[in-house]
Design a protein around this ligand. Sequence first.
Ligand SMILES: Cc1ncc(COP(=O)(O)O)c(C=O)c1O
Length: 398
Amino acid sequence: MEVKQNNWKVPWSGRGHDFTQEEIAVVVEAMNNADPLTQGRYQVEFEKKFASKFGLKSAFAINTCASALELSAVLCRIKPGDEVIIPAHTFAVSAIPFARRGAKIKWADIDSNTFLASRKTIEPLVTSKTKAIVVVHLYGAACEMTPIMELAKAKNILVVEDVAQAIGAKHNNQFVGSFGDLSCFSFHTHKNMTTLGEGGMLSVRSPDLQKVTPGFRHNGMRPFTNQEEYWKPAMTNVDFDWENEWPYNYCIGEVQCALGAKLLDRFESMNEKRVTRAVRFKSELSAYSEMKFQEVPNGSTTISHLMPARYSGENFGKSRDDLMKLLAFEFGIKMAVQYLPLYRYDMFKRAGFAEAHCPETDYYFDRMVSFPFHYGMSDDQFEYMLDSTKKALRMLRG
Ligand SMILES: Cc1ncc(COP(=O)(O)O)c(C=O)c1O
């Protein structure tokens, strides 16, 4: 029997997690009391708590991780002709801000076991023009940062960490986001922690960049140095932090910040269900060698944000699409495929970034499936998905 697309037994939910009554009360309290409703005391509290929890030199709350990446490209002073190394296997916005500023994007391949870029895949792309490396901790797993940082230091290259999918993951006991020169975090609805659908954080290491980030985030606003009265020459000044580098408004509201600060109190337990389920899912399916799950790099941990896998059914004359069809239409599990290698997207092709040598990225993408793995999945749904996957794999073995 074919399952109708609107009748999934295991849907793909876009809701990262639920909220406790205490968290809802914090939101209501901020709604009633925040004055102003943006750029106030809740933001200061959220930033302080976030920086201290994840060992960051600074934290600037921001409306999205995409904006954090946009500001990173500005703060790295990317200019036309600079080269930026970015994994080809990531969400498009890891690359867009750097392309917008005229950088030449060099696509890094992934490791076939971790599905992540590594020093080995990055190093061959380094030239004298390399200005920055964007490291993406995908699916919840921390990249092997130590060798990447050693390479970057030796070559004087900036490192931007895209931590959108892996807040709280560690490499060598150190939180990701605390290695790079700049780090970008997301609290988007899908993520393990969300500030009501959108939200982000930008961390910058250097004190000089810390000074200019608030201006870039908020229209270049600052007090006049010659303020005569609080209304003279005007209420606030606007100015460039860097000559001719125009600022943005990427601010986030106080209610979101109040919630973000509160969520940090139970951050570890929010990840627990996903992590426990991921271990079980992978171990129960380990007998099926045609399924390859993400391996966590040496010394790294994962917050198990998503559950991707590579299906190699060639020995049985079967393809990834056979598995997708079976799980989706026979078993009613809304599987997904993520992400088209960026050089295969129309946008990057039209912008001149079609060129890449990323055989593992292509091999992986053409075989990849992503299981629904949202927090709100019931135990029954999880067991059903596990059982159905075993059945589907056996059916495909013939
Ligand atoms: C790897 C990665 N980077 C960046 C982003 C952008 O995050 P945001 O939606 O907060 O802008 C996302 C996801 O949404 C992502 O998965």
